[in-house]
Design a protein around this ligand. Structure first.
Ligand SMILES: Cc1ncc(COP(=O)(O)O)c(C=O)c1O
Length: 446
């Protein structure tokens, strides 16, 4: 039996979930929770959606899963057309998965297979960034700059070169804050040259870093600059949009707002909005075509790749996002939510930074604003705030450890795209209250 304390954000004994409706979840004791982050930024259209549930039921009534390598299906083909339509004409191939980790794993493998197909199998090294998270399978964890999650597995991870995080609030030592994007792209170029471009398969990054740093968008010129570096040295660019993609930042591809096209991208979380696990690796026409021409198959995939009911769920979720104009809503309401949070939290000296894009917003806490000094680790501030918010009926996502030495406290806010204005007001009020109570409890211990 698993312990109800064994997982969770250090929230203590876990309540038992009963049901969900729109932006709210209810436990078996009748307590109501506003979904301010859906846990890890997964629930794009809220909970208990009748249309999605009906689409899944209708699919189940026909067949749950026609094995992808024997059958195609309406759900799979319609979802594929919808995703490719959203991604733009450069993309033509999709391998489905059941999680973000699997989608990233496939992204890495597609890159390796591509170079093999091109007769350049020595291009096998990956470059990734510090303070990043790409998943929990060994390959995805290998490219993750997340010390706490890697530590027990370190000896079995593949060798990856890491470059600095792209964090304007905490620019890496040795970078020029005034031209941070260019400076970091230069560091990437030096890394490629040190490894030898003939050895480098791909550079992987999150356009907006999620749990590893607390919703950190890269500086505005960064993505374009790293795209140019990769092009110069024939290195593939992989965008991990598992958390920030599928519309969470207000455009279907997070990088679309910067007019940057990666070679390969991974999505999951918001794709089927948590109704059924679903991820996807999406890649350019010439990459997939090269694999098919040389090897006759794309050599990554899983038993449940393209699971029919999962595709039906993804299709229903995506159709609702499209029909209800939810990307426009996230694009216009996201910045307003960010500034509402900023002004509601302005009175706390401990709120150092409010940042993010669309409905992926991070709030970073510091002991002192001027010096950005983090709180001591033992204080567990972000988890204390999340615990307090949870008991006050608000779900938010605590992240810790993104500052040197395992310090740093942030809270991620990532509500459903169709959250109402009244619910966003409740979110801001509850979060402000939880922060106030947590900080004053520390200042005046009983
Ligand atoms: C950017 C990113 N990539 C990959 C993953 C792994 O996804 P999953 O937990 O669905 O395997 C996550 C999960 O949080 C993520 O945020």
């Amino acid at each position: 039996m698993t312990s109800s304390r064994a997982i969770g954000f250090g929230l203590g004994d876990l309540p038992r979930i009963a049901r969900g409706e729109g932006s709210y979840l209810f436990d078996t004791e009748g307590r109501r929770y506003l979904d301010g982050s859906g846990g890890p930024a997964a629930f794009s259209i809220g909970h208990g959606n009748r249309e999605v549930n009906a689409a899944i039921s209708a699919q189940l009534a026909q067949i749950a899963c026609g094995y992808r390598y024997l059958f195609t299906s309406d759900a799979l083909e319609q979802l594929t057309a919808l995703i490719l339509g959203q991604c733009g004409p450069a993309f033509a191939h999709i391998v489905y998965a059941s999680s973000g980790s699997e989608a990233v794993e496939s992204a890495l493998k597609v890159a390796l297979q591509y170079w093999d197909a091109r007769g350049l199998p020595q291009k096998h090294r990956f470059i990734a960034r510090e303070r990043s998270y790409h998943g929990n399978t060994l390959g995805a964890l290998s490219v993750s700059g997340f010390r706490e999650r890697r530590r027990p597995f370190e000896r079995s991870l593949i060798e990856v070169a890491f470059v600095s995080a792209a964090n304007a609030y905490r620019p890496a030592a040795g970078t020029d804050p005034a031209r941070l994007g260019a400076s970091l792209a230069q560091e990437l170029e030096q890394c490629i040259l040190r490894l030898g471009p003939q050895n480098v398969a791909a550079f992987i990054f999150e356009p907006v870093v999620g749990a590893a740093a607390g919703a950190v968008p890269a500086p505005p010129d960064y993505a374009r600059a790293v795209r140019e570096v990769c092009d110069r040295h024939d290195v593939l660019l992989i965008a991990d949009e598992v958390m920030c993609g599928s519309g969470r930042c207000g455009s279907w591809r997070a990088l679309a707002s910067e007019a940057v096209v990666p070679d390969i991208m991974a999505v999951a979380k918001g794709l089927a909005g948590g109704y059924i696990p679903l991820g996807a690796t999406i890649f350019k026409r010439e990459i997939g075509d090269a694999l098919l021409a040389e090897h006759g198959a794309i050599l990554t995939g899983y038993t449940y790749s393209g699971h029919t009911a999962a595709c039906a769920a993804g299709l229903a979720v995506q159709r609702i996002i499209e029909r209800e104009g939810l990307l426009e809503r996230v694009r216009s309401r996201g910045p307003a939510l960010q500034s509402e949070l900023r002004s509601s939290l302005a009175r706390f000296e401990e709120v150092g930074d409010v940042r993010g894009r669309g409905y992926l917003i991070g709030i970073e806490f510091v002991r002192e604003r001027a010096t950005k000094t983090p709180f001591p680790r033992e204080r567990g501030l972000s988890h204390s705030i999340a615990r307090r918010a949870f008991s006050d009926g608000l779900i938010c996502y605590p992240c810790a450890g993104h500052v040197e030495g395992g310090l740093g406290d942030t809270i991620i806010i990532a509500p459903p795209y169709n959250v109402s204005d009244a619910e966003l007001t409740e979110l801001t009020e509850k979060l402000t209250g939880a922060i106030e109570k947590t900080l004053s409890a520390a200042a005046h211990p009983p």
